[in-house]
Each structure stands twice: as C-alpha cells, then as structure tokens.
Design a protein around this ligand. Structure first.
Ligand code: NAP
Length: 324
C-alpha cells in the first residue's frame, strides 16, 4: 500500500482528523516494538482520543516522552488507567500475569482489556484470574513484527494489511466488535478463533520457523571447520534470511517456547519425521521425491505472495548493485 493510500496512517493523519475516535482513552502497558507501533498507528488514524503509556523501565518511558508518541508517559499506574476504556498489554508473555495483577485494581468497569502476546492459552491462564467483574478481556495477537525491539523500533504502518487474531470468550460479542474495529482502523484484517487453534496454527507458521532459524544459525556458529568470519563473509541469501529471524528478541522467544510448549513439541516431532524422510530421499537418490516436495513448497510461497502477505520482488527487493 502506498503512503498516501486511503487506509495508510499518512493519509489518515491528513484527512481523518475529524473522524470519531473508537475509544476515549487507550492505555498501553509495555512500549516496545508492538506497543509503540500501536501508539503511533492509533494516533495517526485517530482511533483513540488519548494515549497513556506504562512500562517497567524508566528509560523506555523517558524515550516515549522524547518521541512524543503518548499523551501521558509519567509511569503513574492510577493516572494512566484513569478513564481508560481500552487497555492493551504489550509486555513479553512471561511477564503478563504479574502485570495484570498490578493493574487490575485500577481497571475501570466497562473497559476492554486486551493484549498482543504471541501465545494465547498461556496469556489467558495468566491474565483471566485477575480480571475484575465488568471488565471485558479479549485476547489478541497481531501477526506483524520485525526482528527489532524497543520504542524506537515501532512504526505506524506495522499492522497494515496484516492479520490480527482475536481469541475471545463466547459471551463478549459487543466488546469483540469494538476491538475488531480498532484493529481495522489501524489497517489490520481481523479473524476470530479459539486460543487452542491459534496456538497450534502459530506453532507451525511462526514458532517452528523461529526454532529452526535459531538452530541453523547456532549450528553454523558452532562449526569448527568454518570460522565465524567465513560464516558472515560468505553468507548466501538462504543463510542470511535465517540470521534475520534468529536475531529476534531473546526474552520474547524464550517466553514463547516455554508458554507454547505442547504445540511446539508436537510440531517439532512432525518436523523431525519429515526431515528423516528428506534424509532418506537423498540417501536413496530419490530425485523425483525431492522434486515433488520442492514443487509443493514453491506453490506455498506463490500463495503467500498472491494474498499480498509478502513482496513478489526477487530476493525480497534487496538492492543488487554490482559495484558494491
Ligand atoms: P519489546 O520491544 O521487547 O517490548 C516489550 C516492552 O515491555 C519493553 O519496553 C519492556 O521493558 C516492557 N516490559 C517488560 N516487562 C514489563 C513489565 N513487567 N511491566 C511493564 N513493561 C514491561 O517486545 P515486543 O516485540 O514489542 O513484544 C511485546 C509483545 O508482543 C510480546 O508479548 C510478544 O509476544 C508480542 N508480539 C511480538 C511480535 C514481534 O514480532 N516482535 C509480534 C506480535 C506479537 P524492558 O525493555 O525494560 O524489558
């Protein structure tokens, strides 16, 4: 989508200043990549009237004030939550239960409480016991991100044309609609499913690929016959793409694997069986088997590009200036 297309935050800032906010006040807890991107996008699209920021780190709050991406980043829990009708928890999954316990006494009746955690079953188990009566807890997961962290890493267009999955309890129809509208205003496409299904689907599409990337880059780094400098110098695009994923935030990914243990181990078992089958094809010179598999995997890539989830440009559009 171009910077001035009707749904982009640039367009929205210019032409949507008179659009009604969907929520009076948004309180974000955890102003890293995702939290700061929500702040930027919510302001650019006038999705909320006011934005308050809470974070465990005074340095992060100081940076949020410098970047001017929230109206209040004083760090005072009671004033940040005062009047907030939308509260989104954007901390690592491992910290989310404790955060919910701390903010619970300040949540206002009728408020929508949500999160962006990459695992839903564990987040629900940690947060739900602290949710006061009259507060609508709607777990969410925007499928958008980069390998960078912190408030500087965020940007307003991060969620454009990306999916945001909601895993609501049955009884929360109206609040689900309101939260879905909020994510759509930020440019996302919204889908609803159970937390169990989410955790299984994401184990295949996100958690397993990250685990494989961490493992491949770790194996290369441990190979004694190939020096570290050779790994960096000769990194062909295949390996280089794995290093991008393997550079993701260590805290976040530690928490994801521990929080989604069952589904990840299940998928790892299937992956292991498929790898053994590939190994057998190579050992037995089964060229047809290899060709058929690679033909199927190529079709999946085409489908992703056709659905607008990635660029069709060769090598992800990286510049290939031969003089360099
Ligand atoms: P991030 O850039 O590291 O930001 C997390 C922020 O939360 C940091 O500012 C951190 O402060 C703060 N924090 C940690 N513990 C806290 C606590 N107890 N109370 C208040 N603030 C606390 O991480 P992120 O990439 O934005 O990820 C945040 C959440 O989004 C995670 O649950 C992750 O699973 C989910 N998510 C991430 C992606 C992605 O690609 N990055 C995509 C979708 C969803 P410190 O820096 O001082 O620890």
């Amino acid at each position: 989508m171009s910077a001035s297309s009707p749904r982009s935050p640039t367009f929205c800032r210019t032409f949507m200043s008179d659009v009604e906010p969907l929520f009076k006040k948004l309180c974000l807890v955890g102003l890293g990549l995702i939290g700061s991107s929500i702040a930027r996008a919510a302001r650019a699209t006038s999705a909320v009237g006011q934005i308050a920021a809470l974070d465990a780190s005074p340095q992060v709050l100081a940076r949020v004030r410098e970047l001017a991406i929230a109206d209040d980043a004083s760090g005072d829990v009671a004033s940040a939550l005062n009047g907030a009708d939308l509260v989104i928890l954007c901390t690592p999954v491992g910290a989310i239960g404790e955060v919910a316990r701390q903010i619970a006494p300040h949540l206002e009746r009728g408020a929508v409480l949500s999160d962006v955690g990459s695992v839903k079953g564990s987040v629900i188990a940690q947060v739900a016991p602290h949710v006061p009566q009259g507060v609508h807890f709607i777990p969410a997961h925007p499928l958008a991100g980069t390998e960078y962290s912190g408030p500087e890493a965020g940007f307003a267009t991060l969620f454009e044309n990306r999916w945001c999955i909601l895993t609501p309890p049955d009884a929360e129809g109206e609040a689900v609609e309101e939260l879905a509208e909020f994510w759509k205003r930020l440019g996302a496409k919204v889908e609803t499913m159970t937390s169990e299904h989410h955790d299984l689907a994401l184990a295949v599409t996100s958690h397993l690929p990250h685990l494989i990337a961490f493992n491949i880059v770790g194996t290369a780094a441990n190979l004694e016959q190939v020096t570290q400098s050779e790994v960096i110098k000769f990194s062909a695009s295949g390996f280089r793409d794995f290093t991008r994923i393997a550079a993701s935030d260590p805290t976040m990914w530690r928490d994801i694997f521990l929080a989604n243990k069952g589904a990840v181990l299940d998928m790892l078992g299937r992956f292991d069986a498929d790898l053994k089958s590939l190994q057998r094809m190579i050992e037995t010179d089964d060229g047809q088997g290899l060709f058929d598999l690679f033909t199927r995997t190529r079709a999946i890539r085409r489908g992703i590009v056709e659905q607008g989830q990635d660029t069709a440009a060769p090598d992800f559009g990286r510049p290939h200036d031969e003089r360099k």
